[in-house]
Design a protein around this ligand. Structure first.
Ligand code: NAD
Length: 442
């Protein structure tokens, strides 16, 4: 659908140099003026929302209705962080002999490395707070989905962002990404992607003591108690696994169901999954598109080597496309590979449990801790279990994961730091403490 340049380490170095040059002037822009540019970027994206959503849908194979929602979120994210420049508040701290106060200072050049599953949405979660805080940016989209980031760069320049403040480098992770991680003039890396690459980034960043935030993989649980509205839960929960064809770090790919309601749950779920509209991403009624690539489809298929554990599947269209049907494995033990590793495809494991204690134990029996859901009509239980599950983002009687105004990120090997909400600004600033002596004669 397009040809893009393939950058190498030389282009990364040039982008970093441009960002470094642009930093002093950008940090000095008055907060209100920085806010106005960010609002203009939001307006520019909104004006081209349909075009960018179409690019994203075609490039990533995601349903156009999802792409519209994601680009809408990008607009919202820039508007939300447009308030940031004027809210970088410090503190005053009582001390003896003077006055003590803090500033939140920009970090300098920040390197942002993002994946292909929500290309521009995830980029905006990083770019917007980074710019709001007065940093300059080198952004590297994933190799498979570079197009929407290039659109963002154009729109930002048209909106009045000075040259060199946002630089998009399109190239492979193994060369460009790695160079960014090692580059002595990049002060922070914010990364979203696999836990494996995240680990190598944390190691690489140690060389220059870079600040690092990591949003990594997940293997989250939707816990359905017998006292839940079972029909409602069974109709909703599939969308928390099969949305974006399962290529979602927040996918609740382990569905824990209290044994007494397992049969009823599976019966309703089967109806929902078989009715799911899998097909052409550009058709507005499509709910699930194909996977991102042939090699990714192979990786997903390796989790379903035969039909033995398959309870039921949805359908896929005939013809070309990296299709993989929505697939439900049941009953699954939490020790099986499909229940332990992130599949990143439309494969759900239904795991029966007996009682609250066992539900919490199984939900926490994973190296990840990104999201999760609790389905129950017992309010006390909902809060007890919410406190007991080791995960960064939880929803009760809902599939909700991500909102612009609330913090998002993982426990355990799902990451370090938080994006979105007010917390993200902390991760793009350094705290400076200043003591001012008020002693006479000073
Ligand atoms: P990936 O880790 O393969 O790649 C992500 C980005 O890192 C790409 O831009 C890639 O080019 C770059 N990269 C690859 N190797 C690199 C290296 N050695 N040094 C620097 N950069 C490098 O991930 P992916 O396959 O694009 O995305 C899928 C993964 O992302 C899944 O594991 C998923 O859970 C995770 N994810 C997490 C979140 C979250 O917020 N926690 C959100 C979306 C996706």
């Amino acid at each position: 659908m397009a040809e893009v340049p393939r950058a190498g380490t030389g282009e990364v170095d040039a982008a970093v140099a441009a960002a470094r040059d642009a930093f002093p002037a950008w940090r000095a822009v008055a907060p209100g003026d920085r806010a106005a540019i960010m609002r203009a970027i939001a307006d520019g994206i909104e004006a081209k929302l349909d075009t960018i959503a179409r690019i994203e849908a075609r490039n990533a194979g995601k349903p156009i209705s999802d792409a519209n929602g994601e680009i809408g979120m990008v607009v919202e994210t820039f508007r939300y962080y447009a308030a940031g420049p004027e809210r970088l508040l410090g503190k005053t701290i009582p001390v003896a002999g003077g006055v003590d106060f803090t500033f939140r200072e920009p970090m300098g050049v920040v390197g942002l490395i993002v994946p292909w599953n929500f290309p521009l949405a995830i980029a905006s979660w990083k770019v917007a707070p980074a710019l709001a805080a007065g940093n300059t940016v080198v952004l590297k989209p994933a190799e498979l989905t570079p197009l929407s980031a290039l659109e963002l760069e154009k729109i930002a320049l048209e909106a009045g962002l000075p040259e060199g403040v946002l630089n998009v480098v399109v190239g492979p992770g193994s060369t460009c990404g790695q160079r960014m991680v090692e580059h002595p003039d990049i002060n922070k890396i914010a990364f979203t992607g696999s836990t494996e690459v995240g680990r190598s980034i944390a190691e690489g960043a140690a060389g220059t003591i870079k600040r690092v935030t990591l949003e990594l993989g997940g293997k989250s649980a939707a816990v359905v108690f017998a006292d839940a509205d079972i029909d409602k839960a069974a109709a909703a929960v599939p969308y928390a696994v099969f949305g974006n064809a399962g290529q979602d770090c927040c996918a609740r790919s382990r569905i824990l169901v209290e044994r007494s309601q397992l049969d009823r749950f599976l019966e309703v779920m089967e109806g929902t999954v078989k009715a799911m509209r899998v097909g052409d991403p550009l058709d507005s009624s499509t709910e699930m598109g194909p996977l991102i690539s042939a090699s990714h489809r192979e990786a997903v298929a390796s989790f379903v080597p035969d039909e033995r554990n398959v309870a039921f599947r949805g359908g896929v269209p005939e013809g070309p496309g990296y299709w993989f049907p929505p697939t439900v494995l049941a009953p699954v033990s939490n020790t099986e590979r499909a229940a332990r590793e992130e599949i990143f495809g439309p494969v759900a494991c239904v795991i029966p449990f007996d009682g609250e204690e066992e539900a919490v134990r199984i939900a926490n029996d994973t190296e990840y801790g990104l999201s999760g859901s609790i389905w129950t009509r017992d309010g006390g239980r909902a809060l007890r279990v919410a406190r007991a599950i080791d995960t960064g983002v939880l929803s009760i009687n809902s599939n909700s994961s991500v909102r612009v105004s609330t913090p998002f990120g993982g426990f355990k090997q799902s990451g370090i730091g938080r994006e979105l909400g007010p917390d993200a600004l902390d991760h793009y600033t350094e705290v400076k403490n200043v003591y001012y002596s008020t002693e006479e004669g000073s």
